[in-house]
Design a binder for this molecule. Structure first.
Ligand code: SAH
Length: 361
């Protein structure tokens, strides 16, 4: 039965090799054939077993009977004048997710999704407005990069950021496996220091990420230096208040990045900058100042260039390392959730605690 075929893309590389070597032996084929198949899942990926030309034809057919290599269906691809590209993928159950690629010199950063929708409802975020549908499986997370590698011509990301749709640390069980698929040289093989997990500050997830031996990077969405304001912008602040998030950032095994979206007249005053500087210094954090991506951001406006420069100056004067990000892909609505909202409209929001599929660590 085709439906019962085992999905090889949800297994960690070590497990997949063991499984395929056993399978080869069961089909009277040398065990190293199993390693050959494993390499074609992620490292130099194929669309189907039939494409693995180095295998005997009969073995390819056996593989096809027992296993499946599921695909994400590319629905839309848009390219910005600045080279940023945005992809909308449809999942097997009809949900859709976005992936963005951002070229920068020799680097190509893939911005990937970890959930279909998001339960957190940050006030300025288009994904928050569409509500939460479900967690992505490991293959659907790492598979976004796999699909880029299967394009003709292929795109090969050098960096990955979990800054697409969803809160990665509320889907830790699957993000944990996806990180291995992205990083392991036997799978995609992107260096851990080139993979950044971005979170609103889900504490158990931060601990789980810290417990991994690889040097994955952590970015924390701070967005306000005071609880009262952060609460308005990010309702999740009730569950993970600023002080607890800052303490987790300070305790993290490696240097963290603070993300701070500048919202004109809301969080961009000098007093905010001074308070943010104190928090950043307490954690030794690097600060990324992000211009608001206007599409879908309901009622907020960008900080003026003057306010942005003054904000950065205040941080620097206090000894904080700061980068002011450029908005990329403005002409293609390339911020979190914007393409899906354009194409499919919004859904009524659901809340995380009402959905059994949301889990941390
Ligand atoms: N849930 C995670 C990761 C996904 S969002 C997190 O919140 O960190 C990645 C980043 O994009 C977050 O810092 C988020 O606040 C920011 N973001 C969301 N909407 C944005 C917009 N319209 N303009 C700029 N940044 C936005």
């Amino acid at each position: 039965m085709k439906q019962d075929r085992e999905n090889l893309l949800d297994l960690r590389p070590a497990d997949v090799v063991a499984r395929l070597r056993t399978f080869a032996a069961e089909h009277d084929v040398a065990a190293y054939r199993g390693n050959q198949v494993a390499r074609r899942l992620w490292t130099t990926p194929v669309r189907s077993f039939a494409e693995i030309a180095e295998l005997p034809a009969a073995f390819r057919e056996h593989l096809d009977t027992a296993f499946v290599l599921p695909r994400l269906e590319l629905v839309t691809r848009q390219e910005s004048a600045d080279g940023t590209q945005k992809f909308l993928f449809r999942l097997p159950d009809g949900e859709s997710i976005e992936t963005v690629t951002i070229p920068d010199g020799n680097r190509l950063t893939a911005c990937i999704s970890s959930q279909a929708g998001c339960a957190l409802q940050c006030a300025f975020c288009a994904t928050g407005a569409m509500g939460f549908a479900r967690n992505l499986a490991p293959w659907e997370i790492a598979g976004q990069v796999r699909e880029l590698m299967l394009l003709d011509p292929p795109l090969r990301p050098t960096n990955v950021v979990f800054m697409g749709m969803g809160e990665p640390l509320m889907n830790w069980r699957n993000v944990d496996v996806a990180l291995t698929l992205l990083n392991d040289p036997a799978a995609i093989g992107i260096g851990a220091r080139h993979i950044t997990v971005s979170t609103v500050g889900v504490l158990p997830g931060i601990e789980a990420l810290a417990a991994r031996p690889e040097q994955f990077r952590l970015a924390i969405s701070v967005h306000a230096p005071l609880d009262e304001l952060r609460q308005k912008l990010m309702p999740v602040n009730t569950k993970y208040p600023l002080a607890s998030v800052i303490a987790a950032a300070r305790g993290f095994v490696r240097r963290v990045t603070f993300e701070y979206v500048l919202l004109g007249g809301v969080n961009d005053a000098q007093d905010h900058a001074a308070r943010l500087a104190a928090l950043a210094i307490a954690c030794g954090a690097f600060v990324n100042l992000i211009p608001l991506h206007p599409g879908g951001s309901r009622g907020f406006s960008q900080s003026t260039p003057g306010a942005t420069a003054a904000f950065a100056r205040t941080l620097r004067a206090r000894g904080v390392e700061v980068a002011v990000r450029k908005s990329r892909g403005l002409d293609i609505s390339a911020a979190c959730g914007q393409l899906r909202v354009e194409r499919l409209g919004r859904r009524p929001p659901t809340r995380a605690h009402e959905d059994a599929d949301v889990h941390v660590a």
